[in-house]
Design a protein around this ligand. Structure first.
Ligand SMILES: Cc1ncc(COP(=O)(O)O)c(C=O)c1O
Length: 377
């Protein structure tokens, strides 16, 4: 029998940021420069991300949520409109639709990768539908072609997917607007931040208008729309620029960790990673497994508690948004979405960050093996 190693003595964080001396120096330089708010570093970030995405425009914003919100606002979405989206996402994806007075129409996901089912999304289109909002869950691009083929604007929630490619094409210029997050855990982690890429000149201009309440020429300013305060500071942009420099190096580390996980999961009945489409480049942002309690001997919540006792941090991506209190109360006529609802009870995200060492991931795997052995005895 294989000998299992002993428990960790320190808690393994689920997704610690991989910050080094470069980021510290870049922040210090920014502070010394005297320019703290949106300035040359944010502009440089926009240039770099537009180039990476192969898009005409990139607009840096204060969060991924703002990127989604201002993209929909820039498309003129408002009361009476419907936006079709995925229930397996962070609630911000639905919230921004609600903020604009529109209705989120949640459709079910595919059982293998938990991304929006394109056939169901297309079927849900009505004359009130003004946009489709797919999510690239965990870093697997949504199936964009059938959504784009509807002719409706596609606003892609690519919060997890900055390096991703869909059928050989870089994410960032396939959808009408692609929204990235620079949140602390993301593949480009600035602490907070977001960025939209688009080829649509008018949309880019509209997002710029909404980004800051005050815009103007020369010494005067004017207000043409009631904008928001959603600009990115140069302090955050400086961190994001360093993280962009490390994008491929970090991706290699995560790929190594994912390989270790894949090998281990193949030997743990009842624990199955989400599917990754070999035609695409997955950004490997999250390693999400599904725990089938019938086979794995216990449900996801029991596994999460047992792993915490083993000092292994995990997370849940995601609980189905339409089942959260606000959405249940506000949209009581939302139909059941059986695949999403089952997935919401089964998903568990294992530790994955370029800040993790190979030994950290080995600890997570050993702990999961021990827990699995205990439950499936
Ligand atoms: C799928 C998804 N969409 C949107 C967001 C919102 O991004 P932010 O936290 O930068 O506002 C997040 C995460 O944070 C996310 O995971």
């Amino acid at each position: 029998m294989q000998k299992l190693s002993s428990r960790r003595t320190t808690f393994l964080s689920f997704q610690p940021p991989a910050i080094g001396p470069e980021e510290v120096a870049a922040v210090t330089e920014t502070l010394d420069s005297g320019w703290l708010t949106t300035g040359p570093r944010a502009a440089e970030l926009e240039r770099r991300v537009a180039e990476l995405a192969g898009a005409r425009h990139a607009v840096a914003l204060s969060s991924g949520t703002a990127a989604l919100h201002l993209s929909l606002a820039g498309l003129g979405i408002g009361p009476g409109d419907e936006v079709i989206t995925s229930p397996i996402t962070w609630p911000a994806t639905g919230n921004v639709i609600v903020h604009l007075g529109a209705r989120p129409v949640f459709v079910d996901v595919r059982d293998d990768d938990l991304n929006i089912d394109p056939a169901l999304a297309v079927k849900a289109v009505t004359p009130r539908t003004k946009a489709l909002l797919p999510v690239d869950l965990a870093g697997q691009p949504a199936d964009l072609d059938p959504l784009v083929a509807t002719g409706l604007p596609v606003v892609e929630d690519a919060a997890h997917a900055i390096e991703a490619e869909y059928r050989g094409r870089k994410i960032g210029a396939i959808a009408h607007a692609t929204c990235f997050s620079l949140y602390a855990t993301k593949n480009v982690a600035a602490g907070e931040g977001g960025i939209v890429t688009t080829d649509d000149d008018d949309l880019a201009e509209a997002i710029l208008e909404y980004r800051l309440t005050r815009r103007g020429d020369g010494s005067l300013y004017d207000v043409r729309v009631a904008g928001f305060k959603a600009n990115l500071s140069d302090i955050h942009a400086a961190i994001a620029l360093c993280q962009l420099d490390k994008l491929e190096r970090h991706a290699e580390i995560r790929a190594r960790h994912v390989e270790s996980y894949d090998a281990a999961m193949a030997e743990l009945p009842g624990i199955t990673p989400l599917a990754r489409d070999p035609r695409d480049r997955h950004s490997l942002h999250l390693y999400v497994v599904r725990i089938d309690p019938e086979i794995a001997g216990a449900d996801r919540d029991a596994y999460q508690r047992a792993l915490a006792e083993e000092k292994i941090g995990t997370s849940i991506h995601f609980l189905p948004v339409h089942r959260l209190t606000y959405y249940r109360e506000r949209f009581p006529d939302q139909p059941a979405l059986p695949i999403a609802e089952r997935a919401g009870r089964e998903v568990l995200s294992l530790p994955l960050s370029p800040a993790h060492s190979d030994a950290d991931i080995a600890d997570a795997i050993e702990a999961l093996r021990r827990v699995h052995a205990g439950f499936s005895r």
